[in-house]
Write a protein that binds this ligand. Structure first.
Ligand SMILES: *Cc1c(COP(=O)(O)O)cnc(C)c1O
Length: 379
């Protein structure tokens, strides 16, 4: 049996006619740059996230970069974030000449540990970027408290977490100063290419983002600020407009798959027999539906490479998110961080592996994955 990590063809085939019609509409309208569909998608994503404003941008990476630019992050500033994330999180900080200061993760949620946050604040700290990793919100209440106490901006990296809810029902992206989404094809809401969005309740910040994404020109060709080309394509917005109405259904399927994996792995006793760590939906006990949207279903395992080889030879796709913690990335070595600085994140990079959890996965495939994982652990 073949079980890829992700099957976008299975997602797009049933939507093929609608996707082609949306693309044809853009072709006919002949309005490829900031056309009608961009504004429509912004309105829809703002409503979906529970924010007043949304600004479509070229990628999740540029969402982070533009948000930090709009907050005037610059050389001499410190920005706090987690060492366990996709590179873009730290890249945005460093590209603006600011210094990333890391706070180790909580080993259960894999998100920034708020208990260690206060100690990382310096007089130079300007902002915090919590990442809602794998589709589960970071513990935002204590993070926002520290931010408020020190007058810091909070930019949520919600690239993996669109629609995820925090304990009180607020959605990813809506809790901080700004929230950043990615529409990279493998995210829960993915385009047919790159795209991203920044959401915020701050009208002035939204306006700055709108200017920054067109090279900082306002009026056109008059540049009071330095921006970039950070625009979301009309074509991608049209495609995303077709897909957004399905997002809740897809999320519910991912959650159902997570529940089935959990019960299969529990009955196989992988925790006690092999020391496996299953993902914990840490806010689940409150009974709200959208707590963890499972962009990834990630387990902690001993002898990871051996397990991956076994799964691969059985046709099962896996991935490592991420093999190297951000503080040990080669291009950041001049910052002076070293192995041992963030032991929880380093451990996660050594032993976490992502299993297939895409919506179109079926039960037989899941049984096969669980069986094969168990087999591979016993080798
Ligand atoms: C995907 C991702 C990004 C970057 O998004 P792109 O659209 O690929 O630029 C940033 N942060 C995290 C946590 C991500 O998963």
């Amino acid at each position: 049996m073949n079980v890829p990590l992700l099957d976008l063809k299975a997602q797009h085939d049933p939507l093929r006619k609608d996707l082609l019609a949306a693309m044809e509409r853009v072709l006919d309208q002949n309005n490829f740059i900031l056309g009608r569909e961009v504004g429509e998608l912004e309105t829809q994503v703002a409503a979906y996230s529970g924010t007043r404003f949304a600004v479509g941008v070229s990628s999740g990476t540029d969402a982070l970069l533009a948000a930090l630019m709009a907050l005037d992050i610059k050389p001499g500033d410190d920005v706090i974030t987690t060492p366990l994330s996709f590179f873009a999180t730290v890249g945005a900080i460093v590209r603006l000449g600011a210094r990333p200061v890391f706070v180790d993760i909580d080993p259960v949620s894999y998100n920034l540990d708020p208990n260690r946050l206060e100690a990382a604040v310096t007089p130079r700290t300007r902002a915090i970027i919590p990442v809602h990793l794998y589709g589960q919100c970071a513990d935002m209440a204590p993070i926002l408290q520290v931010a408020e106490a020190h007058g810091l901006a909070v930019v949520e990296d919600a690239a993996q977490a669109i629609g995820a809810e925090y304990g009180d029902g607020r959605r990813a992206g809506s809790m901080g100063t700004a929230g950043c989404f990615s529409f990279f094809p493998s995210k829960n809401l993915g385009g047919l290419g790159d795209g991203g969005m920044v959401v915020t309740n701050d009208e002035a910040l939204a306006e700055r983002l709108r200017v920054l994404r067109v090279q900082g020109g306002k009026p056109k060709y008059y540049h009071r600020v330095l921006g970039g080309n950070f625009r979301l394509d009309t074509l991608q917005a049209a495609v995303l407009g077709v897909k957004l109405p399905y997002l809740d259904r897809w999320t519910a399927l991912r959650q159902r798959h997570a529940d089935l994996y959990e019960s299969l792995f529990r009955s196989l006793e992988v925790e006690s027999k092999f020391g496996v760590r299953l993902p914990q939906a840490v806010y689940k006990q409150n009974g709200v539906r959208h707590y963890h949207i499972y962009n990834q279903f990630v387990i902690g395992v001993p002898r990871r490479e051996r397990l991956r080889d076994h799964l691969k030879s059985n046709g099962i796709g896996t991935e490592i998110y991420y093999p190297v913690p951000l503080h040990l990335q080669e291009c950041l070595l001049s910052l002076g961080y070293k192995e041992g600085d963030y032991p929880q994140a380093e451990r996660a990079c050594r032993d976490l592996v992502a299993l297939p959890i895409y919506p179109e996965l079926n039960e037989d495939q899941q049984h096969f994955v669980a069986q094969t994982v168990c087999e591979g652990l016993g080798l």
